[in-house]
Design a protein around this ligand. Structure first.
Ligand SMILES: Nc1ncnc2c1ncn2[C@@H]1O[C@H](COP(=O)(O)OP(=O)(O)OP(=O)(O)O)[C@@H](O)[C@H]1O
Ligand SMILES: [Mg+2]
Length: 273
């Protein structure tokens, strides 16, 4: 069943310049979806509409079968969490613990419940030792992790991450990816906007491509990566890694064998033939 439905949405920032002219797309729980597209194709606008930060001029957005037209951003946030590209926009206090407590202020929880949720969240994100640390003193990757924690402590069924990998180094990208992987086990809907196409191979199960304010296609990951012209169609260039994987597929690598270990095993098998 769809958890988020975008139904014939019309949206423009300026008069006479329509960005979305009847855009429809749907997302279900348990899916890990990547939204891709060139700069300016409308990715951020689409997720801001879902999070209630922008409102459509026509059409509807439904979360769990209810229209969000009259819901506030804070109400929507309990169902669909939003992690901004720049974590500095999400951090307001002088300790990680206070950041997490702030996220729970709209919930009617006892002091004990608040403490338990904070403890659990700190443990999940390996942040227990940072409880009293000022988030501003953390690295960009760690800040991104705290921002993600402030969203997840509210236990939304869906999480949107807009470019969570930008401005951080590879080891921290992998760390964030590791938490996204951990979330996969919780049957949440994860919507990830990223230009890091290589990371999609392990992070996502479905690709939604935007072009000129329209859904160019909506495909399972396997189908998408079976043919790299899917990338070219929306004006994106395949990376060396993706070209390499496609080459291996043509040599007989299984379509779903995209984990690093499986690639190494396949290469060894070819070498030993
Ligand atoms: N606040 C705004 N006011 C006016 N136009 C805007 C505003 N924000 C975005 N736009 C325009 O809307 C279009 C879609 O922008 P959007 O930010 O949604 O694209 P995007 O796919 O997220 O791009 P990027 O990959 O660069 O983040 C672009 O043409 C952009 O210039
Ligand atoms: Mg954007």
């Amino acid at each position: 069943m769809n958890y988020i439905t975008v139904d014939r949405v019309v949206f423009s920032y300026r008069r006479n310049e329509t960005l979305f002219d009847g855009l429809s797309v749907a997302f279900s729980l348990g899916e890990q979806v990547a939204i891709i597209g060139r700069n300016g194709s409308g990715k951020t606008t689409l997720v801001k509409l879902i999070a209630g930060m922008l409102r459509p001029q026509r059409g509807r957005i439904l979360i769990n079968n209810e229209t969000i037209t009259r819901k506030s951003i804070a109400e929507i946030a309990t169902q669909v969490g939003f992690v901004f590209q720049n974590p500095n926009f999400m951090l307001f206090t002088n300790s990680v613990e206070k950041e997490l407590a702030l996220s729970l202020q709209h919930f009617k929880l006892s002091k004990q419940e608040v403490k338990e949720r904070i403890d659990e969240t700190l443990a999940f994100f390996d942040l227990t030792n940072y409880r009293l640390t000022n988030p501003r003193t953390l690295s960009r990757g760690e800040k991104q992790k705290v921002a993600l924690a402030t969203v997840l402590i509210q236990d939304p069924k869906a999480i949107i991450l807009d470019e969570p990998f930008s401005g951080i180094d590879m080891s921290q990208k992998l760390m964030i990816l590791q938490y996204i992987q951990k979330l996969k086990q919780q049957d949440k809907l994860i919507i990830l906007i990223t230009h890091s196409l290589d990371l999609l191979l392990t992070a996502c199960t479905k690709i939604v491509a935007l072009q000129n304010g329209q859904i160019a296609y909506d495909l399972p990951l396997k189908e998408f990566f079976a043919d790299l012209t899917h990338l070219l169609k929306i004006g994106l260039e395949p990376t060396d890694y993706l070209s390499f994987i496609t080459f291996l597929r043509k040599k007989g690598l299984q379509k779903d064998a995209i984990e690093k270990e499986e690639i190494i095993a396949f290469l060894l098998e070819c070498a030993l033939k």
